[in-house]
Design a protein around this ligand. Structure first.
Ligand code: NAI
Length: 699
């Protein structure tokens, strides 16, 4: 059992001990129930303290039990809380560090709560598309007041205990300990002081009302509804709290249960839970044990102070790691430095960064023109021009100067990492770290594992990613890695949609309605249409057999590269990012369509969405089959964190799973009949065809 029982004189102490955060898994729940039984049976015990070992009181449900029958097995959390409430001896929660979700609900079932200062308190279930399902929506409003409780439940955000303790009339905490160190003793003393108190106070018996009544809940619904468009859970949280404020406790509990079960079945909650687990799973590499010894990374060098180099440097400076930037010319260094300064100064101006912090960060940055200055750094990341000859020169220099055991990384987005590694005599130390632009903002990091990359290098860079707060996904070596390889097919399909009758605006609107942060053409304008143009030219011979719409090339021939030239698929006013449709571009597309002898047809938004998403899914299936991605959820994480795929859809692979792979394949067969879509494009990847035939899913 992962909860322990000890007796300190007349006080029994039940300690949750289920690392890392004392998740309330079955064996922990059993441990609490068992401890209560012992305490109630022991005549020498007059009061009971519940606390948590290590780094938390309790972080809530044990995520390892998510979706398994164990999660519901008795004693479930509600039963454990009932045991506490029914206890004939006072139960005191001694809360420290973290009390979240089920952990807070457990504490709310105790008669008293003593808390250490600095403790983070939250009911974060809404972030998984759910609501607290063990009385949180009924007890927290009673303990804290309707308004603050509703804020916490709807936002899921955590708040420090001492701030909550200052709310007038709050009954959440009976005492704030002087310090975390004195919590245990103070809780014991408190337990002794209430040992004879009867009747024992219960949160469920507290009154719960909002002075404005219905009007208040109407206001809140308007506000919450406006910001939670794609998600049902926040509004349902309001319903549950309203039940707390307007009905008897048992009726409110029944309402909470009903809503919880309904939310469990929504596709939004499934998507959010998939992402939650997927993000954690992405950091685990099947053949790299979690106890692999890591290389120490205490300093970083960046080669190239351009668009990417500067952003990458900022990530490390933000994390307190010293950075040395190298360029060929002083002017380039000065330019890079000025951009970094400018970015930070904008944050200072907006009040997002304190001047002192800014000074601290800039002090971590140094520059050089000489490779010899880099020899002592632990990790070097190359972000120079995307040309294999330039990469070769750089990696030969790095091989010459870097100390043994240093990690040599490339930010290349399309080049062969194995080839880059072969320029050195230490390919085992070479890895790809593919950041996304702007590198100081985008959460995604593709970690590219070369044929010879050492396991400890993989383990180390995954830890580095965590340190700089990136979500890392491992990719094998192939053209475009996971994300850009899939986006190429998405872009090709976008072109076919224009050829067949769509305008860029129609396609973008359909995708944005689906939930994409940006449709494909606005995205092209943001990234620069010339980048794709250059890649297509470079690949022209190797992809001679691949069909493309020529519209994107025609656009580039007009110099319409996107936002940076003020004109792309759309027009842009100086300094503005609003996309204004351009009649000339529409005419250009129409002329091209006519030149190909295509009669335009009206294409539904549903068809647009399916064709673009299934283009991603089919390439994703190839990527899985080839072992470029380890698991489907890695692809989903990549698309959510790097490409603006809507989180409530859970990523392209989950979207396909939810639709049913059989249906996806059927739709692809239908699309193969379209005039511009060669049947080759819509040939289901073997893995997709197989799973569809077997009635299985990717995830
Ligand atoms: P950039 O052109 O903005 O910056 C490249 C910098 O490298 C320039 O400042 C240049 O002076 C410097 N440089 C060139 N050769 C050098 C050498 N031999 N030694 C030292 N410095 C040298 O290019 P950007 O966009 O930053 O791209 C850099 C790398 O990052 C490329 O491999 C690119 O494919 C990759 N990448 C770019 C993304 C983007 O959105 N721009 C996204 C992800 C990866």
């Amino acid at each position: 059992m992962t909860a322990h029982y000890q007796v300190h004189g007349d006080v029994a102490v039940i300690t949750l001990d289920n690392p890392p955060v004392n998740g309330l898994g079955l064996s922990t729940r059993q441990g609490i129930a068992h401890g209560m039984e012992q305490a109630l049976a022991d005549a020498a015990v007059t009061s009971i303290v519940i606390t948590g070992a290590g780094k938390a009181f309790s972080g809530g449900a044990d995520i390892r039990e998510f979706g398994s029958p164990k999660a519901m097995q008795e004693p479930n959390l509600n039963s454990v809380i009932t045991l506490l409430e029914k206890s004939t001896k006072p139960v005191v929660a001694a809360i420290h560090t973290v009390a979240m979700g089920g952990g807070l609900e457990l504490a709310l079932g105790c008669h008293y709560r003593v808390v250490a200062p600095g403790t983070s308190i939250a009911l974060p279930e809404v972030k998984l598309g759910l609501l607290p399902g063990a009385g949180g929506t009924q007890r927290l409003p009673r303990a804290l007041g309707v308004e603050p409780a509703l804020n916490m439940i709807v936002s899921g955000e955590s708040i420090k205990a001492e701030m909550l303790a200052m709310l007038p009339g709050q009954k959440l905490f009976d005492k704030v300990a002087a310090s975390p160190a004195s919590l245990a003793d103070e809780a014991l003393a408190f337990a002794r002081s209430v040992a004879a108190t009867r009747p024992l106070p219960l949160v469920r018996d507290l009154p719960c009302k909002h002075p404005l009544g219905d009007a208040y809940f109407q206001f809140v619904r308007n506000m919450v509804g406006a910001v939670s468009k794609n998600y049902p859970a926040p509004l349902q949280c309001v319903d549950a709290v309203e039940a707390a404020a307007t009905s008897r406790f048992e009726a409110g509990m029944a309402k909470e249960r009903e809503i919880f079960i309904n939310l469990m079945w929504t596709s939004e909650s499934r998507a959010l839970r998939h992402l939650f687990l997927g993000e954690r799973a992405a950091s685990k590499i099947p053949d790299v044990p979690s106890d692999t010894p890591l290389r120490a990374i205490n300093s970083v060098a960046i080669i190239g102070a351009g668009t990417m180099g500067g952003g990458i440097a900022m990530n490390f400076m933000n994390a307190g790691v010293p950075v040395k930037m190298l360029e060929m010319k002083q002017e380039a260094l000065d330019r890079g430095l000025a951009t970094i300064r400018g970015n930070y100064e904008a944050q200072v101006k907006k009040g997002k960064l304190k001047q002192a912090k800014y000074d601290e960060r800039m002090a971590l940055l140094s520059t050089t023109l000489s490779y010899d200055d880099l020899s002592g750094t632990d990790l070097v990341i190359e972000a120079v021009f995307e040309e294999i000859g330039v990469k070769e020169a750089v990696f030969k220099e790095l091989d010459r100067v870097m100390k043994p055991g240093a990690i040599l990384a490339s930010n290349t987005s399309t080049l062969d990492l194995n080839k880059i590694a072969s320029f050195t005599k230490r390919p085992q130390d070479v890895v790809g770290l593919h950041f996304f632009s702007p590198a100081n903002v985008m959460k995604l990091l593709e970690v590219v594992r070369g044929e010879k990359t050492a396991k400890d290098v993989m383990a180390t860079v995954m830890a580095v990613a965590k340190k700089i707060r990136k979500t890392a996904v491992v990719s094998g070596v192939c053209d475009g890695f996971i994300g850009n390889r899939m986006i190429e097919q998405y872009g090709r399909q976008g072109g076919f949609l224009l050829d067949e009758g769509c305008t860029p605006e129609q396609v973008d609107k359909a995708m944005e309605k689906f939930g994409m942060a940006m449709g494909p053409f606005r995205m092209g304008d943001l990234a620069g249409n010339d980048i794709g143009w250059a890649i297509r030219k470079r690949r022209a011979t190797e992809r001679a057999n691949m069909k493309y719409s020529k519209t994107a090339d025609l656009l580039c021939e007009k110099g319409r590269f996107g936002q940076k030239t003020g004109a792309g698929w759309y027009d842009y006013k100086p300094g503005k990012r609003d996309a204004i449709p351009n009649a000339e571009v529409v005419k250009m597309i129409e002329d091209y369509r006519a030149s190909q002898g295509i009669t335009p047809r009206k294409i539904s938004d549903e068809e647009i969405v399916q064709r673009l998403v299934f283009a991603l899914v089919n390439e994703g299936a190839h990527i899985l089959e080839e072992g470029i991605a380890n698991k489907a959820s890695d692809i989903d994480i990549c698309y959510i964190f790097g490409y603006g795929f809507p989180p409530h859809r859970g990523g392209p692979m989950l979207y396909a799973d939810e639709m049913g792979l059989f249906n996806v394949v059927q739709a692809m067969h239908r699309f193969a009949q379209n005039p511009r879509d060669d049947a080759e494009f819509w040939k289901p990847a073997p893995l997709l065809a197989k799973l569809a035939a077997e009635g299985k899913t990717f995830n």
